[in-house]
Design a protein around this ligand. Structure first.
Ligand SMILES: [Fe+2]
Ligand SMILES: [Fe+2]
Length: 133
């Protein structure tokens, strides 16, 4: 079976190892789901939520460490995404709830991943690299 979403070096690699590793791990968890199994879907979103909390905390530590000037908006976006994940995870276990969670999973999450990496995370990685030389 093809992976749901591949890590694309051309698009996703930010050439900052700690962040790249977190982003690859995110997709490893994301791709481990059995989409047709609603229990698997819930378990995987729960795992993603835990991993994403650590992922965001690491980026936010780097923001602090390097005095990143656009931290406020980046952290706001992180908090929004965590709240959204929690919201979808807590939708009642019903056929409708499963359908909502699944469409969130296959449509919204991968789109968010691309947008966030290409905009905010790439800006952060760029900022850090400029200050680490
Ligand atoms: Fe990130
Ligand atoms: Fe981020």
């Amino acid at each position: 079976m093809p992976l749901l979403k591949e890590f694309d070096d051309k698009k996703h690699l930010l050439e900052y190892d700690d962040i790249d590793t977190l982003h690859k791990e995110f997709l490893d968890i994301y791709n481990s789901v059995e989409l047709e199994n609603s229990q698997s879907l819930r378990t995987t979103v729960a795992k993603l939520l835990e991993h994403t909390k650590g992922h965001f905390a690491s980026e936010e530590r780097l923001m602090q460490e390097f005095g990143y000037s656009r931290a406020r908006e980046h952290i706001d976006e992180h908090n929004k995404v965590l709240a959204e994940m929690e919201y979808f995870l807590n939708i009642k276990n019903s056929p409708f709830g499963d359908k909502m969670l699944k469409s969130y999973y296959i449509e919204r999450l991968p789109e968010w991943y691309d947008t966030h990496l290409l905009s905010m995370d790439s800006d952060l990685a760029h900022f850090i690299k400029e200050r680490s030389v």
